[in-house]
Structure formats: C-alpha cells, structure tokens
Design a protein. Structure first.
Lengths: 248, 354, 73
C-alpha cells in the first residue's frame, strides 16, 4: 500500500480548534501542502492574526509570530526586512485584514513587500461571536446587523482584492474558494503560485480565499458550502485580479 | 578619547543607535524628533541596514515587533501623541519579551498638545504605557552626550532583559546641539545569540513569538516571570546622580531638561547661602527610590521640578513617606520651560529667610 | 485478506462529524457513525473499503486533516 494523501509535514499534530465544518482547516492544509511541495518549511516564517485563526501558530510547523489585530502585514514587513532570503506569509481573516488592518495591508501591498498574504474571507467575525464584518453581504444577518446589513447604514461589502490589484506593488492577487473539491484544487494552485512568486522576489502576493462560518452563519457545514456558492460567489467572483507580467 | 563633534540631540541618538549595532529602524514623522529618522534614512543604508518609514506609528511599532522577533537589534522613535499610537505594539513587544528601543522626544499634551518640550509623559512611560501588567525600562538623559551613552546602554539592556527600553527625553534635548563623542562601537555581527528568534526553523524545533495565553494560570505565571525581571532591574539597574547631599537642607528632585535647569538654580541658591542639593534620576523605571528614601531621613524639604503639572512628584512622595518629609512641587507645562530664577524663588519660599 | 485492506483511514478522534466528506465521495462509502468519539462528535466512517477508489476527494474537503488515503501498489 502506498500513501496517496496524508497530513502534510508542515502541519503539527495538534488538532484544530475550529468548529465542525469550518473551512479554515482546509486552507491551513493547502498552505502546509504548498510548504511541503516547495520544501520551504525550514525557511518560512508565518504571521498569525487575531480572530478565529489566532492559534495558527500552533498548527503550522514553521517559525511563527502572533501579531496584534490587523497588523500582520506590518509584523511580516519587520520580519522580511530582517530576513529577505526567507519566506514570510500572513494568514488573516476578513475582520483582521479588511477592517482594522486596512492601512497595513494596503501599504504592505503598495510597497511591494515580498510577502504572501492568505486572506480568509467568510463575511463575518467568527471568534467574537458573529458580528458584521466589512465583507458581510447586504442583507446578511449578524449579531450587529440583526435586520441584515443595510447599505445606507454600513456601506457595501468591501472588495479588498479589487482594491489592492490597482497598486503597482501588488504582483499577484487572486480570489479563490474552497466550497467544493474543484475549487479547493484551484485554490491550492493559486497559493503555490503566490509562494513561488515570493521565492522569485516578485513582490506582494495575496490569495483571497472564500471560506465558510457554519456556526455564526447558523447553518450546517454542508449547507454552508452551498450558501457560499450561491451568495458569496456572485459578489466576490473568484478570479485573477492581478498578475504582473514578465518584465514588469 | 574619541574626537568631539557638535551634534543635534536627535541626530546624536541616531548615530548612537548605529554605533550600538542597530541596523533596523521603523518610524513615522512627528515633531520634534524628525531629525532622528531623517538621519537614519541615509545612515542605515550606508552601513547595510534598513530604514523604513511606516504608514503609521501603529504599523511602525508592529514592524519593530516583527523585526525584534526575527532577532534584529531594532529601534523606533516618536513624540508624545505618536507614542500613544505605538503603545499597542509596545505592549505586545513587552508581552512577547522582545528587545527593542523606543525614543520619546516629549512635547506638550494632552491630545495634539503642542510641539514644544515637555515632560508630560512620565506617567505613560513609567506606569506601564499600555494595556497589561508590564513595565518599560526608562532612561532619561539630560544632555546630548548622555543621550548618546544611554542609547547604547538601552540596546544592551533591552537584550539583557528581553524587554523594551524607552529613552525618554524632550524636544529640548532632541533639538539642541552639544559636543559629543562616541566612545563605544558595537559590531552588529557580534551581538548576543537569540536562539528564540524566528529566522526559519532550520534543523531545530519551531520558534513562536507570541503574547497570547488563554489559560489564566499560565498567564499569571508569565506575568510573575515579567515581574521578576522588573524586580531584578530595581535591584541591579537603578541609576541617578546626586549633588551636595552631605550638607543640603533642601533637595531638588528633577530629571532630564528640568534637572539641567535645576542644577543652575541650585548653584544660584548656594551663592545666596541656601544649602540646596539635588537628586537626578537617570533611570525613571527602575526609579531611584532608595536614595530618595535614605535622603529623607535627614531632609525635611524636597522640591520636585518637572515640565508637567506633577507626575514624578508622586513617586518622590511615595519614597519619602516613611519619614514624613514635605514634598514641594514646581512645574511648568504646555511647552513652557522653568527658569532657574523661578526655581530659586520656590527654594526661597521653602527655605523661609535662609 | 483483501477485505482487510484499508484505503481510506479516518482518524475518528480528529473527525468532528461535519459530513463534508460524505457529500463528495464518488462511490458513496462514507457515512456518519452512530457512535461518538471522546469529543462528543459522531465521526465519519467507511462502509466498504473495497469500493474505495483512492481518489482523495474526501481528504481534500476534510477541514480537520483527519483522513489518510492509500492505494494498492
């Protein structure tokens, strides 16, 4: 018998604390598989955010720093400037990156900071109990938008990938999803490409991954995948938003 | 003896950081400390280092966290309102036990305040600065030369204790020019090993830089460990200067710029026959409370002089309380600077006739 | 002997019973156990190993890295 698929070496043996069906675990595994395949575990430094994935530093089996809320790109900048030959990535949720950390992500991208950001967008604050995020869909009910998000009160869902794509320093921005196996395979390809581009010194790379939050969306995990597909995909279209060509 | 050169305080501190082996600086513009980052913006690249102007003070202090966690000797500088913003990163730096040096060239506050020299951030500097149970090591120079020497010490102390060290000065020290010499120079390749740093887990277990501890028992243990470091600082690192304590009737306690002016006031007073002494704390945390307590055994009147409405005076009162000495206070604030004559007048009020 | 060969191994202690794997299996051999694990979850289990085609779909969608896939040499 030979092994076809197993836990990547770049993950520790620690069980994820995530709720049943939460797709953070899939995204963790994809990042770890890419680290294994590129053989970079021993030269990678990851930056964990504040939010559900705050304990990511316990799961990735590489050097890790835990940042304050939203500041992972600034922390990553500090690390990368000290170790330009190492691989540095941030793993951030939508509250962390798209709300409190907008200044840090915009300027890291604009500087062309040679880091990779994994931006997990599930349209809600998970860890704090299901509050409205800047990425929450119009009409989506959360604990702080009980009647559904209203445009005239809270604005529209923020499209971070589209925003960052216009910056010169952004080398590669792609939005992917993990709501089915086909998209999961595509998501991994994108993550791998981003890390490879970092290794080639191309500049800032970010993969936005559409993700679920069954607990705070208040639906079963299987149903959550469907909800993502039907509600998030039309607003957050999976696509390559920026890819710096050769010679740029 | 190294040659003396005339330098502005801010630039001298910047050069001292380079001499200390610091090769990374992350900052954000704010008056009155702008000469410091401007100097490092050309000087650090010259020695193979990195100068980066961040998008905000918040980002700058978190870049310092990242770089310090990655094992670098790293610095940031700011002035009062900017330090408030940096407090977030500084709390994480203290919590994660990272060495870093922060410079605060204080200006008047609160709020946006003014841009003239003040000592209005003593409470902020010495009482923890931000959320959580922690202390900064605080050094307060009163001349440009001392700022140079303490900057180099600051990096050494930061590494020794794995704790952020704050160089607390004011716009006066930052802006004035004085002759300085750089006696020490530390090779950045010769810094202490940091086996805990995140530089890639090659052939070793992974390292984690972190200040999160969800288990209250664990967090209490961590806080107690930090407390032990602070206790050790109080035991081993207190620094101060004293003048005329042997024959003094009145003792001034002042630091930084206030101490310089108080020294002039002390000399004026002594010319007029007032027996005035002076204690100048150099470390504000750890605070030199023992020398003040000991002095209070025979001195009834202390005069604390500050460029604030009274902050360090509370620590002086605590230090003397066992002996019931009187602690008087004279302060100017908002960017106003006390004159020796004003301080002399206070001495005369305390001293009665003579 | 052939019946003993396990091609899909689910770590029943890691599994949280989210059911995602049961929806992607092309040969429908994954189901939720009636038993519970030590965390109180009903883990996923395999009804018939011999039907497994080692495609890895379940591994790919599992959010808890609870599945290992083997194939015959």
């Amino acid at each position: 018998m030979q092994v076809v698929a197993k836990k990547p070496d770049s993950l520790t043996d620690k069980d994820f604390h995530y709720c049943p069906g939460c797709t953070h675990g899939i995204i963790h595994r994809l990042v770890a598989e890419v680290m294994d395949e590129l053989d970079i575990r021993e030269k990678t430094i990851g930056i964990a955010p504040v939010g559900c994935s705050v304990l990511a530093y316990e799961y990735f089996d590489c050097d890790m720093q835990e940042a304050s809320h939203g500041r992972a790109p600034a922390v990553a900048t500090g690390v990368k400037r000290v170790h330009p030959d190492k691989v540095v990535f941030t793993y951030q949720g939508d509250g962390d990156l798209a709300s409190i950390g907008t200044a840090e992500i915009v300027h890291a991208a604009n500087r062309g900071e040679n880091i990779t950001t994994i931006f997990v967008n599930n349209a809600i604050y998970g860890m704090t109990g299901g509050q409205m995020a800047p990425t929450t869909l119009l009409g989506q009910k959360t604990t702080t938008s009980p009647a559904g998000r209203k445009k005239d009160i809270a604005g529209s869902p923020i499209k971070i990938s589209e925003m960052l794509a216009v910056l010169d320093g952004a080398a590669y921005i792609e939005r992917v999803s993990v709501h089915d196996v086909k998209h999961i395979i595509k998501a991994k390809k994108a993550i791998k490409k981003a890390f490879k581009m970092q290794l080639e010194g191309k500049g800032f790379t970010m993969i936005e991954v559409l993700s679920t939050c069954p607990t705070n969306w208040g639906i079963e995990p299987v149903e959550a995948l469907k909800w993502l597909e039907e509600n998030m995909i039309p607003i957050y279209k999976p696509q390559v938003l920026k890819e710096a060509g050769e010679g740029e | 003896m190294a040659k003396k050169i005339l330098m502005k305080g801010n630039e001298a501190i910047a050069e001292a950081a380079v001499k200390a082996g610091c090769r990374y600086f992350f900052g954000y513009p704010i008056t009155p400390q702008n000469e410091l980052p401007a100097y490092l913006s050309w000087r650090l690249p010259e020695v193979g280092g990195v100068f980066l102007q961040a998008e905000s003070e918040v980002a700058a202090s978190n870049m310092v966290y990242g770089a310090a966690g990655a094992g670098a000797r790293v610095m940031t500088s700011s002035s009062s309102p900017g330090i408030s913003l940096k407090a977030e990163g500084i709390s994480y730096i203290a919590g994660a036990e990272l060495p870093a040096v922060i410079v605060n060239m204080m200006r008047g506050g609160p709020g946006l305040g003014g841009i003239q020299p003040a000592q209005s951030d003593y409470f902020q500097a010495t009482k923890g600065m931000a959320h959580g149970d922690f202390r900064l090591f605080v050094l307060a120079p009163s001349s440009v030369q001392e700022a140079v020497d303490l900057t180099i010490d600051a990096f050494e102390l930061a590494d020794k204790y794995r704790n952020p060290v704050l160089l607390l000065a004011d716009g006066m020290i930052g802006q004035m020019m004085e002759p300085v010499s750089f006696e020490r120079s530390i090779d950045p390749d010769d810094l202490p090993d940091k086996p805990w740093a995140t530089d890639g887990a090659e052939g070793r277990e992974k390292n984690i830089i972190n200040s999160l501890s969800l288990d209250p028992a664990e967090l209490e243990k961590h806080n107690q460990k930090l407390k032990e470091k602070y206790d050790q600082m109080e035991k081993e690192e207190v620094r101060y200067e004293t003048y005329y304590l042997d024959d003094a009737d009145i003792v001034i306690v002042a630091y930084g710029t206030s101490a310089r002016i108080s020294l002039s006031a002390m000399e004026l007073a002594r010319e007029e026959g007032y027996k005035v002494g002076l204690i100048r704390p150099i470390t504000l945390f750890p605070f030199p409370k023992e020398i003040i307590a000991k002095t209070s055994e025979k001195i009834d009147d202390f005069l604390t002089v500050e460029m604030s409405t009274g902050q360090m005076v509370e620590d002086v009162e605590l230090a003397v309380c066992a002996n019931n000495s009187s602690v008087h206070f004279y302060g100017r604030t908002g960017g106003m600077i006390p004159t020796p004559e004003e301080i002399l007048a206070e001495i005369k009020k305390i001293g009665g006739g003579k | 002997m052939l019946a003993d060969i396990k091609k899909v191994v689910i770590d029943r202690e890691k599994c949280k019973g989210c059911k995602l794997c049961t929806t992607v299996c092309p040969v429908s051999i994954l189901t939720i156990s009636e038993e519970i694990n030590s965390h109180g979850y009903h883990p996923s289990e395999v009804t018939d190993q011999s039907d497994c085609i080692s495609c890895g779909q379940c591994y790919r969608i599992c959010p808890d890295v609870a599945i290992t896939i083997y194939k015959e040499d």
